[in-house]
Design a protein around this ligand. Structure first.
Ligand SMILES: Cc1cc2nc3c(=O)[nH]c(=O)nc-3n(C[C@H](O)[C@H](O)[C@H](O)COP(=O)(O)O)c2cc1C
Length: 326
């Protein structure tokens, strides 16, 4: 399937693995890129050395393009970290928060593209004004830090505002090929998928995270500031719910992160060997598509399934139109 996104990123399928901090490491990223999608390392919890090692591990598996998402590193430190991803061979820098013109210029000098996560139309306008090459329109359904506007209304409004200048990628609640087809129907050029890819053997996760995802229903998430201090969609549990009911107990930003870590409730970046995870407290970021995730599927197979389902859905829509016209 060919779109402006596949042309820009030089990939086969318009399907991107979200740069999920603590989850999207080399095994998952390389599997998605090797399968013709676009894998993105979630580097928000990585040191510069770790990022270098993860990029080398991706390159050892595939020579296909991959990206790096940096969520929290700002200021001068951001430019140094962006230089690391440029030197490591990434072809896309994804800015999880706002993006500086300096970072965009640095990337463009080295032929690296820049994307920005956008939860509102104004974020997309600013991203394009700063020189970004594509934007991800992320609806409130998304796992992790998220806004208030849902994917269905957000994507076409961002497409109408910046779609003539850059490709728009849809995110939030997309968990199969029907969602990808719907994203294309809304004018997006592809999908950026997080939660569905956590339920793969290749994803990094602390004990209990994948099982909790498989057991959750569509209303099993909520948006809470309990973990980072910023609104984050996570699986519903006592700890997350407490801070929704009692916002007065939240520590001023950025101290809530220390509170959640101190309470043994936040281990994102850990792995299967991390001890002491309590599902009643632990922050397990997940989107509203979680109810549709009921088995672990190898990442390459998942990419193939997404594409097969999207093509079937588009064919079904075409038949509908033919029928209507007949
Ligand atoms: C575990 C997890 C970690 C995430 N970490 C980041 C991050 O570090 N940077 C970022 O830009 N987005 C992050 N996100 C959001 C994703 O990039 C993506 O927009 C979201 O997962 C899409 O919605 P979905 O989960 O419904 O597919 C994270 C999401 C999850 C579930």
């Amino acid at each position: 399937m060919r779109t402006r996104l596949t042309d820009l990123l030089e990939i086969e399928h318009p399907l991107m693995l979200a740069g999920m901090g603590g989850v999207a490491y080399a095994p998952l990223v390389s599997a998605v890129s090797a399968a013709g999608g676009f894998g993105c390392l979630g580097a928000s919890t990585m040191s510069a050395d770790q990022l270098e090692a993860e990029m080398a591990a991706v390159r050892a598996v595939t020579d296909r393009p991959f990206g790096v998402d940096l969520l929290a590193v700002m200021g001068d430190e951001l430019l140094a970290r962006v230089q690391v991803l440029i030197d490591g061979g990434a072809s896309l820098f994804v800015a999880g928060l706002g993006v500086s013109v300096d970072a965009v210029e640095l990337c463009h000098r080295h032929g690296v593209l820049v994307a920005n996560m956008c939860g509102r139309v104004i974020h997309a306008e600013r991203a394009v004004a700063s020189g970004c090459d594509l934007v991800v329109a992320q609806g409130t359904e998304a796992g992790g830090h998220t806004g208030l506007v849902a994917t269905m209304p957000l994507v076409p409004q961002i497409v109408d505002t910046v779609g003539d200048r850059v490709p728009v990628v849809a995110a939030g609640g997309i968990f199969d090929g029907r969602g990808l087809a719907a994203a294309l129907a809304l004018g997006a050029e592809g999908a950026w998928v997080g939660t569905r890819f956590i339920a793969t053997p290749e994803a990094r996760a602390v004990p209990g995270y994948k099982d909790a995802l498989l057991g959750a229903k569509e209303d099993g998430t909520l948006i809470s500031r309990a973990y980072s201090g910023k609104p984050m969609r996570v699986l519903r549990n006592e700890f997350a719910e407490h801070f929704v009911a009692h916002p007065e107990d939240l520590a001023p930003f950025p101290n809530q992160l220390r509170v959640s870590m101190g309470a043994n409730a936040w281990h994102l970046g850990g792995d299967e060997s991390t001890a002491g995870i309590d599902p009643a407290k632990e922050g397990f970021p997940a989107g509203q598509g979680v109810g549709g995730v009921d088995e672990l599927v190898p990442a390459a197979e998942l990419v193939a399934r997404f594409m097969r389902e999207a093509e079937e859905t588009i064919a079904r829509m075409a038949r509908l139109a033919e029928h209507t016209n007949a």
